[in-house]
Design a protein around this ligand. Structure first.
Ligand code: ACO
Length: 430
């Protein structure tokens, strides 16, 4: 027997049965495809609070339980045992690689890590104080003008090469954004480093001095990348899917994802958290800021707190918090006053009725900025770090969507509340 939900239209007396679909995990979903055709109704769900926009086999989140699975594997196990490129392989191809497969994948990423020399000219068009996310949107979008060998998105081989190029080039583009902002020469990628190590090398080495990648920093960055690699249908991933649904160039789609990520309600939160901690300044000011966060008339929110899906501790935040202890300890900054402040702020918020009632917990970005800061990464590069990691998720979702046999352009409907039909009046008669 097919599981159905029966909708009875009290106006017309008609009823229809809508199929109830069950995924491998999570709430069942009823398919409203026939609702408009048969009853003439649309549905309204601003912010997609109850609407699934697609089928997906990439990532699953149980927000009540605080569970995050990439292709079925718990994030805690991947964080403990895996590397970012292994996770990238898993997200892109659906299975964990054998050693030879991982070696080949790594070699492909290394092979594509350089950017076309003429791209350097794009950077010169930006002022030195341009926000690196602004540069990322522009430069990544401009990749659409290169690579004419991979523009047929309906060819799986073209999709594959486009996705590999995005993942491979993102650290190079990001590091160049940073170098441009501080007026230092761009550093070429080096295949002797890991993915995260290469990024540190391109950001922090200079031609005049020997640079040695710190293994603690490399490991920490790799782990942060694992934690940020995907998060199912979040705002930026949904943006990439929507842009991609029209058949747009994949690099342009990723640029649209970067733009969506930038906002403080999404990936921009890691930068906003650090600025907030600096503004709070001292443990003695916490209660004042908690009071502000609870005041509806005050636009201040506790950045790094709350999540559309997690109504429990974000499992990534727990891992990053533990990592803060280790990394700050090893990098000699365990007494970082901002870390102390963050932990105290978390404690106060978690014991406050407002945050308890609304189930507001720290999210992934509450602690990530403290680690970036300990690694010497400037605040305005924090969201760029997020974008590098999330490119894997964007590429996996874009690939999944384009590969669907019944893929169609994404085109939401609306509840129109503007003026009714009216006739044009010549200007002298208005
Ligand atoms: N501080 C104070 N109050 C909050 C916060 C917060 N950080 N987050 C939510 N609330 C309150 C809201 O005011 C709302 O109250 P109400 O029910 O009285 O109106 C209630 O909690 C529910 O919040 P919504 O904004 O309706 O939840 P939504 O799912 O739309 O937003 C979001 C989630 C955007 C993450 C929100 O919690 C927020 O702005 N947090 C701070 C920014 C942040 O950390 N963003 C990163 C998210 S994770 C990521 O993208 C990587």
């Amino acid at each position: 027997m097919v599981d159905v939900v029966t909708i009875i239209d009290s106006r017309s007396g008609k009823s229809i049965e809508l199929p109830l679909l069950h995924g491998t995990h999570g709430s069942p979903v009823f398919d409203i495809g026939r609702l408009y055709r048969e009853l003439g109704y649309f549905t309204l769900d601003p912010g997609f609070l109850s609407t699934a926009s697609c089928h997906s086999a990439v990532t699953f989140i149980d927000g009540e339980q605080g569970i995050l699975l990439y292709r079925g594997y718990p994030i805690e196990q991947l964080a403990e045992n895996s590397s970012f490129l292994e996770v990238a392989y898993l997200l892109m191809r659906g299975e964990l690689p054998m050693q030879q497969q991982l070696d080949n994948f790594t070699a492909l990423i290394n092979h594509h890590s350089m950017i076309n020399e003429s791209l350097k000219n794009f950077y010169l068009g930006f002022n030195h104080d341009a926000h690196p996310m602004a540069i990322m949107v522009g430069v990544v979008g401009s990749l659409s003008a290169f690579y004419h060998d991979s523009t047929d998105i309906h060819d799986p081989a073209h999709r594959e090469i486009a996705a590999l190029r995005m993942i491979a080039k993102m650290p190079t583009i990001a590091a160049a954004s940073y170098k441009h902002s501080i007026g230092e020469p761009f550093v070429y990628p080096s295949n002797k480093h890991s993915y995260a190590g290469n990024l540190l090398h391109m950001m922090f080495s200079v031609p005049s001095e020997e640079y040695v990648v710190d293994p603690v920093a490399e490991k920490a960055l790799d782990l942060i990348f694992v934690l940020h690699a995907d998060h199912e249908q979040n705002a930026s991933t949904s943006t990439v899917r929507l842009a991609g649904s029209s058949g747009a160039n994949p690099f342009a789609c990723i640029a649209s994802g970067i733009a969506a990520l930038w906002g403080p309600a999404h990936g921009g939160a890691n930068e906003a958290v650090l600025r907030m901690l600096e503004e709070i300044g001292d443990i003695s000011n916490i209660s004042k800021f908690i009071t502000r966060a609870k005041n509806k008339k005050d636009p201040f929110r506790l950045m790094g707190f709350g999540h559309r899906i997690y109504k429990n501790y974000d499992p990534r935040a727990r891992i990053i918090r533990d990592m803060c202890h280790k990394v700050l300890g090893k990098l000699g900054d365990e007494q970082d006053p901002l870390f102390e402040l963050a932990m105290r702020l978390e404690e106060v918020a978690l014991n406050d009725d407002y945050f308890i009632e609304k189930k507001l917990y720290p999210n992934v970005d509450f602690y990530s900025g403290l680690i970036y800061r300990a690694l010497g990464i400037p605040i305005n590069m924090f969201t760029v770090m997020f974008a590098i990691a999330r490119t894997v998720g964007w590429a996996a979702h874009w690939t999944e969507m384009i590969g669907e046999p019944e893929q169609r352009i994404g085109r939401p409907r609306q509840l129109y509340v503007g003026p009714q039909h009216r006739d044009y009046q010549p200007i002298d008669q208005r």
